[in-house]
Design a protein around this ligand. Sequence first.
Ligand code: HEM
Length: 199
Amino acid sequence: MNHHNAPPLSQRLKAETAEQHERMHALMAQGNPFADRESYAHFVSAQYLFQRDVENLFRDPAVKAAVPDLEARGREDASLADLADLGAPAPQQALVTDGVSMPAALGWLYVSEGSTLGAAFLFKEAKERLGLSETFGARNLAAYPQGRALAWRAFVASMDAPALADPAVQDQVIAGANAAYDRFGSLLEQHFSLTAAST
Ligand code: HEM
């Protein structure tokens, strides 16, 4: 089948998960992680567990084939080091991505990689309001060495590869992105101690 007229996967992901992204803003506003370092540590705990779930997928050869520069991505170690900086314990929780494979895995990576764009704003707040930096406490929000824009453009190129042009395959990536947003949302709710009554 010819899919040349179909919208690229990156555009579909952005459009079809926009509401989930809005929900992340709302949860972040409620959790108010830049009020003080203790609140911020709750955010980093959620980030750490999410990054663990994402990096768990890096081991899959099919994921490596889809995203050639995978080695340079992921913020699990950075989050763990930030927790240590903050004097907060590393949370323990079972992985939820053991059953996730391509193409859904790419949706999980999309949510993680996309979050590095919004992280520019969060990094600024962590610096200005909490005195943290890319070497202390806010490593998980720092830009990749090549810069946020270049890293993102390379990832978009992986998503828009011809192998992922089939709309049915794209639907599975989008389902993976929704699952990843659900996971991050639920981690934020747990770690910010938000209840349904306060939403
Ligand atoms: C208050 C917190 C957040 C703010 C202020 C924020 C802000 C932003 C902004 C401004 C962009 C667009 C950047 C650009 O196009 O150059 C963006 C993109 C994105 N953010 Fe967030 N974000 C936040 C939280 C999150 C969270 C928690 C996640 C997921 C865990 C997330 C996932 C994404 C994704 C996937 C994109 C890429 C959208 C696309 O172009 O396809 N964001 N964010």
